[in-house]
Write a protein that binds this ligand. Structure first.
Ligand code: PMP
Length: 381
């Protein structure tokens, strides 16, 4: 099976597995214990933190290890909201946040927190004019996805950071899909808090981090003495060591991005040639290198995906976390795409392990895919 779902998750690299095994068999003690094995675990934790900080351009004390990006997102929004003065209560999310994060937005709204959404344009880009009018002095936190997980469209982090700074508002950025795919430097981004997740860059699942600018106050969501009292719970050292190994292996991110976008462009050219009714979303604006979010006429996503799987390719209808139901993509809905078209969306996402030979195989399979599709859905409704 050729794996074309790297935005859902990525395979852990050999170095990641080795780093995790080393910790599990050697430094498995509790990093908070005072005895010698505990102190060895504490040193391993500090080493991993130093590596994460070096690669991501922050200070070790600015790294809060979490169970992944969902938790980091919660900690950022709830934790910053709880720590700011009572005059600032409003929270602003982009309308194209990850589905799990939009759930948090709705949960806050139903608990009585004033919540606003930053709209996007039909091409997927953020509407900066609307952002300027929605980010004001009563806002506690602005939460912005850096790169949309389905369309791959990049958001104007620097411009929103400037708006947030002018209004004295905390900016949280969900960089889960960005880190590992494009160059990232926390010190340069101008955000107070940034979420990331190791399994999106060939690290293990169930581990991530919230980078929190030094001096910014936050209330823990899960209280405890670990992580400088900002996140309780014994640190998952094997996973943290795996994440550090994945980050130290990133190498030349620009070169890898160029390689993936060349492969992606080849896929898109071949798709348009074999299936002229293909429609791509986000293709006209800056987006992540390896992703194509598309529909083929109005063939329902599940039909297309079954046929692709029969031909040996694993892809998805969009975010794995929201793909079990038949609700249209919230990102497409925010872009004004009608529900029937959005239900035809599939996402092909390439990654670091995608080879040119795999893309050749996909390109070669497209004429067969066309012959496998039932007649009658060629045109969008
Ligand atoms: N944010 C974005 C943009 C994501 O793509 C994902 C994962 N699909 C998450 C958050 C959630 O990450 P995790 O699986 O680490 O909780």
């Amino acid at each position: 099976m050729i794996y074309l779902d790297h935005h859902a998750t990525t395979p852990p690299s050999r170095a990641v597995m080795e780093a995790m095994t080393t910790v599990m068999s050697g430094t498995w003690a509790n990093a908070s214990s005072q005895h010698a094995p505990g102190q060895a675990a504490k040193r391993a934790l500090a080493d991993a933190r130093a590596t994460v900080a070096r690669v991501l351009g922050c200070k070790p004390a600015e790294v809060i290890f979490t169970s992944g990006a969902t938790e980091a997102n919660h900690l950022a929004v709830r934790g910053l909201l709880a720590a700011v003065p009572a005059g600032r209560r409003r929270v602003v999310f982009s309308a194209v946040e990850h589905a799990g994060h939009l759930k948090l937005a709705r949960e806050l709204a139903s608990a009585g927190v004033p919540v606003d959404f930053l709209p996007v344009r039909p091409d997927g880009r953020l509407d900066l004019g609307a952002a300027a009018s929605l980010i004001g002095p009563d806002v506690a936190v602005v939460s912005l996805i850096a790169a949309q997980n389905e369309t791959g469209v990049l958001m104007p982090v620097a411009q929103v950071a400037a708006l947030a700074a002018a209004a004295g508002v905390h900016l949280h950025v969900d960089a889960t899909q960005w880190v590992g795919k494009l160059p990232f430097d926390f010190a340069e981004w101008g955000a107070d808090a940034v979420s990331l997740s190791a399994h999106k860059f060939n690290g293990p699942k169930g581990v991530g981090a919230l980078l929190l600018r030094q001096g910014v106050g936050i209330c823990p969501v899960v209280p405890g003495s670990q992580e400088r009292h900002r996140r309780g719970g014994t640190e998952n050292l094997p996973a943290i060591a795996g994440m550090a190994a994945a980050l130290s292996q990133l190498g030349d991110v620009n070169a890898e991005a160029a390689r993936q976008s060349a492969l992606r462009d080849r896929v898109e050219r071949a798709l348009s040639a074999a299936l002229p009714e293909v429609h791509l979303w986000g293709a006209e604006v800056p987006r992540l290198p390896g992703v194509s979010f598309l529909r083929v006429g109005c063939w329902p996503a599940d039909v297309l995906l079954q046929r692709l799987e029969r031909l040996g390719f694993a892809a998805s209808p969009g975010a794995a976390c929201s793909s079990s139901g038949s609700a249209p993509s919230q990102a497409l809905t925010a872009m004004g795409v009608p529900g029937d078209e959005a239900l035809c969306a599939i996402r092909l996402s390439l990654g670091r392990t995608t080879s040119s030979a795999e893309v050749d195989a996909l390109v070669a399979a497209l004429p067969t895919l066309r012959s496998l599709l039932p007649a009658g859905h060629a045109q969008a409704a």
